[in-house]
Design a protein around this ligand. Structure first.
Ligand SMILES: Cc1cc2nc3c(=O)[nH]c(=O)nc-3n(C[C@H](O)[C@H](O)[C@H](O)COP(=O)(O)OP(=O)(O)OC[C@H]3O[C@@H](n4cnc5c(N)ncnc54)[C@H](O)[C@@H]3O)c2cc1C
Ligand SMILES: NC(=O)c1ccc[n+]([C@@H]2O[C@H](COP(=O)([O-])OP(=O)(O)OC[C@H]3O[C@@H](n4cnc5c(N)ncnc54)[C@H](O)[C@@H]3O)[C@@H](O)[C@H]2O)c1
Length: 479
């Protein structure tokens, strides 16, 4: 029997789940199809378990400063217990997602979805048996899967993608090689070292090259990582990987051999479109496998694509930003996608790094006149009281127009503080919004205000920072 909906969503990761929720809240009838674990990569094998472990890692590394605070004793890491902790958190979140879908009357269907025509999907393999969905609008949110380059082959217990790492309790053995120089490797090298593993980090290229962090931010992170005992070998290529003996022996260029107990791969992810039969709906992919789209719409206008399957940034933050926009586009008929540069990117490693917009190098490359308003946590009463004085806030203003081009926050809670930058209604008024906010004291957020005021005082952007905002009228601000 054919079931009919306003919207059918394929994939329940952050993109698909958020879109289904938003669409139901806005009055659409919605079916959400998932063939694996509800919540996708982010909840089950990505952001959520990783952030759980990062918190444990931070607790462990903070203990170096405990004695000065009058706290005695040592904390001992237990990776197996940490694995069980994230697993329990993931299960609780998954249940709450499923409950919310039920409350909103979203039809949650288990099974593999594939197109049988522009408006129809066949769903197979679920416990409820096969069915056909027909929908006015269809959203592809099928995410991605780990990329495993030669000479590596995934091997449970020995050569682990992060999917394998979070699916099964961690393998025994203390010696771990982390491979890659992207976000996964930068995060996992720190986390596994803090959780008691001897980490050798093998990176082919410089750390976090793709994510647009400034040189000062990357330098601060390198220093912080250096203090964790991670052994970094950069610029190395792999000749072979031998898993025949007890451990894993990696042969690098120059015939150097490194033997570890297991390997954690951070070698990228690829968009997942296999088995969707996209051609039956007139949807195309590009050379890298991402769904082709204009704005958020594919070549078939009523079919939209969001998240890892379509956006090379491949972060949950981008999937979430696109999910809300996709539902808005379904309702307003437009194509417009959120500017990917204005979506925050956050890295959870030995330091937290968060950014959005342009750094000053990128701004100069774009022919703009950037100036940096800087504030360090080193003098923040809150940061000093927390023994967390590392890091800073850098706001990049445009000297010509007074707009906020971008911002970067390095240090504890950077992933929370970045919202002060992402919530401003537009780049033109962002500095003024930051400057007139009411701040809690003492708080790390005050350094965002200090950085904005530095742009006003030091770089002549006083009008942009302290001037009036549209709609102020005659009202006098009581500050
Ligand atoms: C270790 C790790 C840590 C990460 N940490 C962060 C972080 O801290 N912050 C951040 O922003 N991002 C993070 N990411 C990235 C983030 O997980 C992804 O960007 C995000 O999950 C993408 O969401 P999505 O909705 O596009 O797809 P996914 O989460 O991949 O979900 C897609 C879903 O679609 C389902 N599906 C696929 N095909 C079909 C089909 N034919 N029928 C039915 N269902 C189908 C899949 O089973 C899957 O559940 C991390 C990634 C990894 C690997
Ligand atoms: N906090 C976050 O937002 C977060 C956290 C983790 C992952 N993610 C997302 O998940 C995706 C996957 O992350 P990732 O770090 O695996 O991917 P990535 O694309 O950022 O980095 C992949 C790395 O693998 C290396 N690599 C590829 N082939 C190699 C080879 N043959 N030998 C040696 N090195 C090789 C590349 O040089 C690169 O450094 C990314 O798109 C990332 O945005 C986001």
């Amino acid at each position: 029997m054919t079931q009919r909906y306003d919207l059918a969503v394929i994939g329940s990761g952050p993109g698909g789940y958020r879109a289904a929720v938003r669409a139901a809240l806005r009055g659409l009838s919605v079916a959400l199809v998932e063939r694996g674990d509800w919540g996708g990569c982010c909840l089950n094998r990505g952001c959520v378990p990783k952030k759980d472990w990062h918190h444990t890692a931070r607790l462990l590394t903070a203990q170096d400063r405990f004695a000065d605070r009058g706290l005695r004793g040592r904390l001992e890491p237990d990776l197996e217990a940490a694995w069980r902790h994230q697993h329990a958190v993931v299960q609780r979140v998954r249940e709450s997602y499923q409950n919310y879908l039920r409350q909103l009357k979203v039809t949650a269907m288990e099974g593999h979805a594939r197109f049988t025509g522009p408006h129809t999907l066949a769903v197979t393999g679920g416990a409820a048996g096969p069915c056909t969905l027909e929908a006015h609008h269809i959203l592809i949110a099928t995410g991605g899967e780990p990329h495993v380059p030669a000479p590596f082959h995934p091997l449970p217990g020995r050569v682990l993608t992060t999917d394998l790492l979070f699916e099964q309790p961690p393998p025994p053995g203390r010696r771990v090689a982390v491979i890659g120089s992207g976000v996964v490797a930068t995060e996992m090298a720190f986390i596994l070292a803090a959780l008691g593993r001897e980490v050798v980090w093998l990176a082919r290229s410089p750390m976090l090259r793709r994510q647009g962090f400034s040189r000062p931010a990357r330098k601060a992170l390198e220093e912080a990582l250096g203090a964790t005992g991670v052994r970094l070998h950069s610029g190395r290529r792999f000749e072979s990987v031998d898993t025949a003996g007890d451990g894993v022996t990696l042969t690098l260029d120059g015939d150097e051999r490194i033997t570890v107990d297991w390997v954690c791969l951070g070698t990228g992810r690829r968009p997942h479109t296999a088995g969707l039969d996209l051609e039956r709906a007139g949807v195309e992919t590009d050379a890298a496998g991402f769904v082709r789209r204009e704005g958020l719409r594919t070549g078939a206008g009523h079919i939209l694509a969001i998240g890892d399957v379509a956006n090379p940034w491949m972060t949950a933050n981008h999937a979430l930003a696109e999910a809300g926009a996709a539902v808005d586009r379904i309702l307003d008929g437009g194509t417009h996608a959120p500017d990917p540069l204005q979506v925050p990117v956050v890295v959870y490693s030995a330091l937290e790094l968060a950014r959005l917009g342009l750094d000053e190098d990128a701004a100069e490359d774009a022919g703009l006149e950037p100036a940096v308003g800087f504030a360090a946590f080193a003098t923040s009463p809150c940061a000093l009281g927390q023994d967390e004085p590392r890091g800073f806030v850098r706001l990049v203003g445009d000297l010509d127009r007074g707009t906020l081009l971008g911002g970067e926050i390095v240090g504890a809670q950077a992933g929370e503080l970045i919202h002060l930058l992402s919530l401003a209604p537009d780049a033109d008024t962002a500095l003024a919004w930051i400057a007139r906010g009411r701040y809690n004291h003492p708080a790390r957020a005050e350094e965002v205000l200090n950085a904005a005021e530095t742009l006003g005082a030091k770089w002549g952007l006083g009008q942009a920072v302290w001037g009036s905002l549209p709609g102020d009228g005659e009202a006098v601000d009581e500050q």
